[in-house]
Design a protein around this ligand. Sequence first.
Ligand code: FES
Length: 511
Amino acid sequence: MKRDGATISLWQPGITDYLPKGSFKENAIYDVVIVGGGITGISTALLLQKAGRSVMIAEAQNIGFGTTGGTTAHLNTLMDCSYDHVANRFGKDNAKLLAKGTRLALDKIREQVKEIDIQCGFKEEPGYLFAQDRQQSKELEKIFEASKEAGVEVEYSSTTPMPIPFSKAIVFARQASFHPTRYIYGLAEAFERAGGSIVQDCRVTKVDENELIDIDTSKGSVRAKSLVYATHIPPGVNMLHFRCAPYRSYVLAVKLSNPKDYPEGLVYDMQEPYHYFRTEEIDGQKFLVAGGEDHKTAHEENTENCFLRLENYIKKYYEVEEIAFKWSSQYFEPADGLPYIGHLPGHPGNMYVATGFGGNGMTYGALAAIILTEMIVAGQCEFEKLFDPNRVKPVAGFNNFVKEAADVVGSLVSGFFSKTKLEEFTELAKGEARVVKFEGQAIALYKDENGKLHAVNPACTHIKCTVNWNVSEKSWDCPCHGSRFSMDGEVLTAPARKDLATINVEELVEK
Ligand code: FES
């Protein structure tokens, strides 16, 4: 199973490529076409199908290619944007609604696992959040009060399942975890068994809203009454790109020397950025799955340092036998803390979107499926207003949130490495990458481990910010809205729709 980076996540080994049962049907008409085959797209497809709708999933690569294949699969009602923030920004009733929605999402996942009999290690377990100083303790008390008031099952705890010192801790009941790719494969198979259609390597290239929605793809054309963008962030240019900031998070799955050390439960510290932990057992082998060291996409000069910091953090508290897997993954942080689920801004009709899940992608993916299905089938949903993508929520810091992205562009462009002789490009070390200028033309160069040069135009095909090299994932990442491209320019992550233009370096040398 392929993923959107060079590293291998814990969820890839042993997972063979998904082989859809059906094939692309030229000019077919569906009730709903869903773009994107991650947890959001597949969960939505299944619920719509259960409601009697004909549905096709168009996935540009393979299912699980995006963040579902790179998550740490924490299933929470304890959210990144805590209930005290939600109560302050959206009101106490909406904090209650959020608690209700997230519980509904987790219950739906549990129900699907049971009903379809998916062998994905789904496990309900407690989730611990702990403070390590006075400031964090104060914050923790606020989170506790607001969570309780919102109706979340939470208590103070005198222990956590980890050996990290803490001053105060709370524990959330009935959080959960699972093996994410096994879960979505189970959903996908159930969806296809019931007549649904999944088409992989099927990139949507053009969408026209007519009486029906005309959808051009790399495989041909289809039409639909409704379309859902479940692509993590919608492609093209939309106001949501200015309301969501792309972040990378880093994960290590390690084997511990002492089998008794694996924590029972999900655990979170309150550092900035925070770390998150859990244990996963796959076919009898346990792993401590530890994540953190997040930063804005393309803002870290050497992403390997993030893995190193994470490794040092773990080794302070555990004797590590082996680092079995290391990988990084992308998420989109919403400006006001809550995701955007509902009508695609600028398209009030039958185009829908789900994005801005922050670090709660699995929970919000499942919740988005419930919301979008109700909106499409019943025309309304009780959560519709809270997550409305068209909401304009004045939030302190929003201007900086947008401005920060703009600043990055400026700094990168002025930071171009300027060369006068093209021959010097070949002095790049193996595994090194650089954006250079040659006779006024910017070139993004990467020399692979075999000494072969890969050259592309660094102007992101979304709205032309300059991409930056991600040394761990061997990808060109855009700091503005998070598009990512392979070393040869192929789109890995939306919102870009088009590949980076490749440049023939030899031709330039000969000029
Ligand atoms: Fe928007 Fe690159 S993702 S300019």
